[in-house]
Ligand binder design. Structure first.
Ligand code: XMP
Length: 506
């Protein structure tokens, strides 16, 4: 187990991902919340930071329980922090050191740089520089501009690097992390999907005993994997509820419900379409729509949960990025859109929360899902927002608009699948615009709806680029939509990236 102390760097999550790729379990804690008991940790990594160590408001944690007592790797700000407070010198650098650089000097015979070739490319991102090493410092590497690009401290397992090993542009970054964690700190590489499943099942059995657990399924990857994992641990005591809000993709409710039943899950499908439509009637404002859906979902779920007796736990498919976000150095970021599914349930339900995936990244959830035997097609599904098609129908929602958009979306998604493009795209969907345009069909004038198609590449939805889908494909899909879907006479393609646009239109 590895502890990563976060000083607020944009790359901290990446450090954790790289460490996990080595099959080593790690946890991120903000620098001001160091766990009291460090006995389960075999090594500590200090992250980078937007601060300067010389600033008064900069993070200055007490490392006395860590430094010299266990293997420590300090990255970027961490490296400067150690230098600044231990007899070295940190000063603003003359040139802003940002981007690619090469290790022009590597001290030979150091395990830390074992297998790293001369001139190896590294990624720099800092404006302060380490002018003098701390007491006991031994220089391990330099670049053309940065003399102290890496050092260790004589007589203790403390290593420091100015560059970012976690960024892909650092070609040997993973190797360096491995040299430190495995070669020097001897951390076991036993964090695999299989081991995770075995541990979690045992832990869930112990924690939940004979208690009943309720879980809301969404058709998405996270809630499905959470359900299958819980089912493996507690079987019949897991009660799943799958709500149809009437805003799902075409035939999705029935198809996914059948799939869940085929997986042996104890699941109840609740068709609440009319309740959602009533709650949405006349609402045009995006936030008002989101809030109405969130509220209705809680009401429906609550009614269903009350039909069950003696339920003690609510299970959720929360994953690690949400957990980190809620405890991060910077605090939760500004609300751009209210996500309906992170609101939670009313207090009076008094359920205890169990979140079996709270330590996993998305790609790890997929691998755990594969280990559990879940259909690869389900695991490879694009993300789909909780408020469903309502945020892809601009303006007010009616059943007829939902029907039109479901048809358009089905043509687009089926097309992506049959052209072998679905898995190359991170997320795709169609948007129904509140605009009519004039067209001509046969000899008739038409005045019908415009739809937009959107397909993006992304890793986590935080940033996204529009996908350059082949013109040939767009042509076929556009023809098919206009010919097949009554009420639509024009198709456009969204070529905006996030930021400054967002993925969804509302
Ligand atoms: P935006 O539109 O903010 O979307 O760029 C980023 C990602 O989040 C999804 N999204 C949601 N997912 N509940 C969800 O579960 C929501 O309320 C919600 N709003 C947006 C969106 O589909 C994209 O993947």
């Amino acid at each position: 187990n590895v502890l990563i102390l976060d000083f607020g760097s944009q790359y901290t999550q990446l450090i954790a991902r790289r460490v996990r790729e080595l099959n080593i379990f790690c946890e991120i804690f903000p620098y001001n919340h160091v766990p009291g008991d460090l006995s389960s940790y075999k090594a500590v990594i200090l992250s980078g930071s937007p601060f300067s160590v010389r600033g008064d408001d900069a993070p200055h944690p007490d490392l006395s329980q860590i430094r010299g007592k266990m293997p420590l790797l300090a990255v970027c700000y961490g490296a400067q922090y150690l230098a600044h407070f231990s007899g070295g010198e940190v000063a603003p650098s003359n040139t802003r050191e940002y981007g690619r650089a090469n290790l022009s000097f590597i001290k030979s015979g150091e395990d830390f740089f074992s297998g790293v070739s001369h001139n190896s490319q590294v990624w720099m991102s800092h404006s302060d520089t380490i002018k003098a090493l701390p007491t006991g410092g031994v220089r391990l590497a330099s670049t053309h501009d940065v003399e102290n690009a890496a050092y260790r401290i004589e007589g203790e397992p403390t290593y420091a690097i100015q560059f970012h090993p976690e960024v892909y542009h650092s070609t040997d970054g993973k190797r360096i992390l491995e040299n430190f964690l495995v070669g020097i700190a001897h951390v076991p590489q036993n964090f695999t999907p299989n081991a995770f499943v075995d541990d979690q099942v045992a832990e869930l059995k112990e924690k939940l005993q004979d208690d009943k657990v309720v879980l809301g399924l969404s058709g998405g990857v996270d809630s499905t994997v959470a359900a299958v994992l819980l089912n493996k641990a507690i079987g019949k005591n897991l009660y799943c509820i799958f709500v149809n809000n009437g805003l799902l993709r075409k035939n999705e409710f029935q198809n996914v419900l059948d799939q869940y039943k085929g997986m042996g899950l104890n699941v109840k499908g609740v068709d609440a379409t009319d309740r959602f439509m009533t709650a949405l009637a006349g609402l045009e404002d995006p936030e008002a729509k989101r809030k109405a859906i969130g509220k209705t979902f809680i009401e429906v779920f609550d009614d269903e949960a009350h039909l069950l007796t003696d339920v003690k736990w609510l299970a959720q498919g929360t994953i690690y990025p949400d957990v980190i976000e809620s405890v991060s150095v910077k605090g939760p970021s500004a609300t751009i859109k209210s996500h309906h599914n992170v609101g939670g349930l009313p207090d009076y339900m008094k359920l205890k929360i169990v979140e079996p995936l709270r330590m996993l990244f998305k790609d790890e959830v997929r691998r755990v899902g594969a280990t559990l035997g879940i259909d690869p097609e389900l695991l490879g599904r694009h993300p789909f927002p909780g408020p469903g098609l309502s945020i892809r129908i601009l303006g007010d929602i009616t059943k007829e608009k939902v029907r039109i958009l479901q048809e358009v979306d089905a043509v687009f998604i089926d097309g992506l699948k049959s052209w072998g493009l679905y898995d190359k795209v991170w997320q795709a969907g169609a948007i129904l615009l509140p605009v009519n345009s004039v067209g001509v069909m046969g000899d008739e004038r038409t005045y019908e709806k415009v739809v937009a198609l959107r397909a993006v590449e992304s890793t986590d939805g935080m940033t996204a680029d529009w996908v350059h889908l082949p013109y040939e494909f767009l042509m076929k899909v556009s023809n098919e939509i206009i010919n097949k879907v009554k009420g639509v006479n024009r198709v456009v393609y969204d070529i905006s990236s996030k930021p400054p646009a967002t993925i969804e239109w509302e």
